[in-house]
Design a protein around this ligand. Structure first.
Ligand SMILES: [Fe+2]
Ligand SMILES: [Zn+2]
Length: 305
């Protein structure tokens, strides 16, 4: 008698086998959640269907289980994690709200290594004390070229995924790869690196702003939180506002956890109105950190003058 893949999966769930985590996801029809195979929950066999990826589970309408937190699970190398993101959903969220969650992109170890690297000065081209410029309270550092491999990989791989969305926003034919786009930045005198790491302590905050570094602006950027809310720090919410013509501003807060990323509009997003397309202005910032320390990575695709 042969064993079907479904039987192998079900046996892994019965055994709560952690080795099966990341290989498939179990979706429980009665509760509407999806789980890691090792989840302590005990669903009935007839209520469980299997998904090959988180994107597949979420497209089928399932939410991450609050008990085993499959959305926190990091598996595979960076290209496979980025490939697992539901980019069609991301494009839809960006179009409708100007921002989108990308889910978990970096592991605990990767976050820790980036935070440790904050104190290695030769990695950076400059350090900015936010108070001196009226940007808020806190400090950030721009990575120097050549970028650390993880930062370079994030920038090139994420660029390739968001460039089709950026093309629909601006009707501009951006190059398919980031190296090509950097040439366009250089042609406008923008050659300095913009990926940065931000460090906030108690009482720090970042005023609402836009990351513009010259005339050349790529319309979407990425932020990845490196610290865990509720554990490493409290407060420090990622806040965005949207200013539509003749309307009050709309405020939005993006839920983030350690290693989770969001994509958001740099300066404006297009909205389809009754009389054609108009633009709404977006700004972002960070609310006051009430305790602890909060580190965040910013991936901006255009370079700076
Ligand atoms: Fe920013
Ligand atoms: Zn679960």
């Amino acid at each position: 008698m042969s064993t079907t893949l479904d039987e192998i999966y079900w046996n892994a769930i019965l055994a709560r086998d952690t080795r099966a985590n990341g290989k498939f996801w179990s979706c429980v029809k009665t509760t509407g959640v999806y789980c890691l195979p090792s989840c302590a929950g005990r669903p009935k066999r007839e209520n469980v269907i299997f998904a090959q990826s988180r994107a597949e589970a979420e497209r089928a309408g399932f939410r991450p289980c609050k008990r085993c937190r499959p959305d926190r699970y990091v598996s595979g190398d960076l290209p496979s994690r980025i490939a697992d993101i539901d980019w069609a959903r991301v494009g839809g969220n960006l179009r409708d709200n100007g921002w989108a969650s990308l889910g978990r992109v970096l592991s605990d170890d990767e976050c820790t290594a980036l935070i440790k690297g904050y104190d290695a000065p030769d990695r950076y081209r400059s350090t900015v004390a936010m108070r001196r410029h009226g940007f808020g309270e806190g400090e950030y550092r721009y990575y120097a070229y050549p970028l650390p491999p993880l930062i370079a990989d994030l920038r090139t791989q994420l660029y390739a995924r968001v460039v089709p969305i950026a093309r629909t926003w601006t009707a501009r034919d951006y190059p398919a790869d980031h190296a090509g786009y950097q040439k366009q930045c250089a042609a406008r005198g923008q050659t300095r690196s913009t990926p940065l790491i931000l460090k906030y302590g108690k009482g720090d905050h970042n005023r609402l702003h836009q990351d513009l570094y010259g005339d050349e602006v790529f319309p979407i950027q990425i932020a990845i939180l490196l610290s865990q809310p509720g554990k490493d720090f409290d407060g420090g919410e990622f806040v965005m506002t949207e200013q539509s013509p003749r309307k009050q501003s709309r405020a939005m807060v993006a839920p983030l956890e350690k290693g989770f990323a969001i994509a958001f509009a740099v300066n404006e997003r297009p909205v389809e109105g009754a009389r054609g397309i108009y633009k709404v202005k977006m700004r972002h910032g960070v609310s006051e950190i009430r305790s602890g320390s909060r580190y965040c990575l910013g991936i901006i695709f255009h370079d700076a003058i």
